[in-house]
Design a protein around this ligand. Structure first.
Ligand SMILES: Nc1nc2c(ncn2[C@@H]2O[C@H](COP(=O)(O)OP(=O)(O)O)[C@@H](O)[C@H]2O)c(=O)[nH]1
Ligand SMILES: *[C@@H]1O[C@H](CO)[C@@H](O)[C@H](O)[C@H]1NC(C)=O
Ligand SMILES: [Mg+2]
Length: 323
């Protein structure tokens, strides 16, 4: 065989390999996120039966803070989370706050329970959004972010694993990175990194801790190694940051936090990490084995889509929806 033939075969093989990888990527990547028209409406105390249209993130802010709570089968844990949350919000009456409970197609009556809380509390607007199908935590958080009214937007887990009062730590951290000016994009994220050497984490199973170290290694390769705790369910965004990030989010699974932080990095949005309190709450829906595999798959999909330029951030993705 002459040299040219070898070279030709080699190049063909590479081209074939890349084509196969690309085809696999197209097949494995999540479909674009569908929003049903019923999901663009909410129920609340004033209108518990007739849903009202929601605003969009590009509309101007009309409250100071939106608290976004994704829920799936949370009748057990939600009350324990909502009570201290409402108490804290009422202790700061000058800050106009709304709570958005984004129920992700629960089958246990979570939405009805949330609506009961909405009816009981006249001082805070509690909005209940019902998703038609379960789409994963990432899908629910994204949906809430895109349909909130706040100058600042907080995502928080429904299980009460974080102490809601720690919001104030995130609040001042966001001020520090420039979030005070209304047109500034900035993020403050809760972090449990300081707990790693303490009981709360050491008590967790060996498998879970091993997975944690593996996960951190993958994150470093991905380019978000600078964030010590990407997965904490307590993150505060300025409206500007939410406008720039969430329309470009593709992943709706557990790993969406990593995509959000990667998008922030690509958009040069500052991220401040703030140590917060945390306690494991029983009843987690995370399955260590299957969800870890799913996370790894989604991280590869995320990286590959950015490499091939299929997923990118651009200002034009921030679509303006006429009201
Ligand atoms: N919308 C939505 N939220 C979910 C889903 N699974 C879990 N969550 C929410 O994600 C948050 C954290 O869930 P949890 O099961 O405690 O996971 P962990 O804290 O990571 O172990 C809670 O607010 C859950 O209700 C889901 O499929 N859809
Ligand atoms: C949610 O609840 C429904 C009905 O109780 C059940 O069929 C489903 O498996 C539950 N899902 C999870 C993840 O717990
Ligand atoms: Mg939890």
């Amino acid at each position: 065989m002459d040299q040219n033939t070898v070279l030709y075969a080699f190049v063909s093989l590479i081209v074939l390999l890349i084509s196969v990888l690309y085809a696999a990527l197209v097949i494995w990547s999540p479909q674009s996120i569908i929003t049903y028209s019923s999901e663009k409406k909410y129920r609340c105390r004033r209108s518990p039966n007739k849903p009202i249209p929601l605003p969009y993130i590009d509309d101007p802010a009309t409250v100071d803070l939106s608290v976004i709570v994704p829920t799936y089968n949370e009748t057990e844990r939600l009350p324990k989370m909502l009570e201290p949350t409402i108490k804290h919000i009422l202790s700061l009456p000058k800050r106009k706050t709304e709570i958005l409970i984004v129920d992700d197609g629960s089958a246990d009556g979570t939405a009805a329970l949330a609506l009961e809380y909405a009816k009981k509390n006249s001082e805070i607007e509690i909005r209940v959004i019902t998703r038609e199908k379960n789409s994963g935590k990432g899908g629910a958080v994204r949906h809430g972010m895109l349909h909130s009214r706040g100058k600042r937007l907080l995502m928080v887990d429904a299980d009460g694993a974080s102490r809601f009062e720690d919001l104030e730590l995130l609040w001042v951290a966001l001020d520090r990175v420039g979030g005070k000016s209304p047109d500034h994009a900035a993020i403050a994220v809760g972090s449990r990194a300081h707990l790693v050497k303490t009981e709360a984490v050491v008590k967790r199973s060996f498998v879970r801790n091993l997975l944690m170290y593996g996960f951190h290694t993958v994150l470093r390769v991905l380019g978000v190694g600078h964030i010590r705790d990407t997965q904490c369910g307590f993150k505060l965004f300025t409206r500007k940051a939410a406008q720039q990030i969430f329309p470009s989010q593709h992943l709706t699974t557990w790993i969406f936090d990593v995509e959000v932080l990667l998008l922030a990095k690509m958009l040069s949005i500052p991220v401040e990490e703030v140590p917060i309190e945390w306690h494991e709450v029983p009843g987690s829906k995370l399955n260590v084995v299957t969800d870890s595999l799913q996370m790894l798959r989604d991280l590869l999909i995320l990286r590959a889509n950015h490499l091939f330029g299929r997923w990118k951030v651009s200002q034009s993705t921030v679509k303006v929806v006429p009201s």
